[in-house]
Design a protein around this ligand. Structure first.
Ligand SMILES: [Zn+2]
Length: 381
């Protein structure tokens, strides 16, 4: 923990404590260090040259279309939209600091390139993702530049969300975020994930000033807010939903959510919910994962047992299907992929397959809505 604090202090100091030079100079210094470490070019945050675009077109996906691991029926074969994907970070320093701060992984874009992610989506029949791009102060230019590159190359596959870091001091202030949104109209369609239920770091609260300002920015710029509250935040969430009735709030996570989510949906038309990581037990399937999350090998071993997978699907149906029937237009499918191994083709295709097995067991009237149509409608609003 000491090491984490020292690192964070170094980063914050590089940004704000330097006795000589302006903040801009400090940022440039951090950027240069980061580019040296990351091996990126100084202009990597600008739009790609025509040459780069041509090179991309020549590249072929070499990830074969996924084949099933299980053979059970029924199975959903239609399109999917993944409404919960953590994108690689734009800077190697951010990746390193995040891991030092206690996160199990935070892939850097140089190690997990967007081309690979897009190939995976193609192989898995996923037409679109809601991608969360973390934009900490020390690399906000790189993060915005990365989103611009991706939107230019893959305008239809990636819906970009501007994601704050979980550490308040590392986030650009609201005015800076507003400037980014105004200078790049249409680049972002969402704000988040903003999470108030971390185990790894101390949590902010949903009604802290910086988030109240963020919801207003989202309201002003027509962004979907993706929020991960804790179980005890029901009243805060209801106040926020009431304050921004025209803004869509997409929530997920937290144990025992089904009852209060259903009751709040009964009252608020702007609340949506995604079923994602828990569907496939991506981060947790035994108590020791409170401290150490599963590796790829552990997760694959666990999710190779068809009986366990089917039991989990049935439990999910029992927990959620009645609320989904009551609010058929408000639930979306997602994966919550984040770590490097979540994008490994073997693990990734298993996540997709279990999702399709779940969808196929939903009431037929819900299947396509949950799989992709509700997500499409959210983007039209
Ligand atoms: Zn979350």
């Amino acid at each position: 923990m000491k090491r984490v604090i020292v690192l964070l202090v170094i980063v914050i100091c590089l940004l704000s404590c330097s006795p000589s030079g302006s903040l801009q100079e400090d940022l440039e210094r951090v950027k240069n260090i980061d580019q040296t470490i990351s091996g990126g070019s100084p202009d990597s945050s600008s739009f790609p040259s025509q040459k780069n675009v041509d090179q991309k077109e020549e590249k072929k996906c070499n990830i074969p279309k996924t084949t099933r691991f299980f053979s059970s029926e029924p199975y959903y074969h239609g399109p999917l939209i993944d409404t919960h994907v953590h994108m690689p970070v734009a800077s190697r320093i951010v990746s390193t600091v995040a891991k030092q701060a206690g996160f199990a992984d935070a892939p850097y874009k140089g190690d997990l390139p967007i081309e690979k992610i897009v190939c995976l989506l193609e192989a898995e029949g996923i037409t679109k993702i809601f991608g969360f791009f973390m934009a900490p102060n020390l690399a906000v230019g790189e993060s915005v530049g990365m989103v611009k590159d991706i939107k230019q190359n893959y305008p239809n596959q990636v819906v970009a969300f501007y994601m704050p870091t979980p550490i308040g001091q590392l986030n650009p202030d609201s005015e800076s975020v507003q400037n980014i949104l105004e200078e790049n109209p249409g680049l972002y369609q969402g704000y988040g994930e903003v999470k108030f239920d971390f185990h790894e770091v101390a949590n902010d609260k949903p009604e802290d000033q910086q988030y109240l300002e963020a919801y207003q920015l989202a309201d002003d710029h027509h962004l979907i807010v993706m929020m991960h509250p804790a179980f005890e935040h029901r009243q805060e969430v209801e106040r926020i939903l009431t304050a921004h009735p025209d803004t869509i709030f997409l929530l997920h996570g937290f144990p025992n959510a089904e009852r209060w989510i259903g009751e709040v949906m009964d009252k608020h038309d702007n609340l949506y919910f995604s079923l994602d990581a828990d569907l496939v037990s991506l981060y947790w399937f035994k108590p020791s994962h409170d401290y150490q999350q599963p590796t790829k090998e552990e997760w694959l071993a666990y999710s190779s047992n068809e009986e366990t997978v089917q039991q989990n699907i049935k439990a999910f149906l029992r927990r959620w299907e009645a609320t989904m029937k009551r609010h058929p237009d408000k639930f979306t499918w997602g994966t919550d992929r984040w770590y490097t191994w979540h994008f490994d083709p073997e693990a990734s295709s298993r996540i997709e397959e279990i999702g399709r097995m779940f969808i196929a067991q939903l009431d037929p009237s819900l299947q396509e809505k949950f799989a992709y149509q509700n997500a499409e409608k959210m983007l039209e609003k």
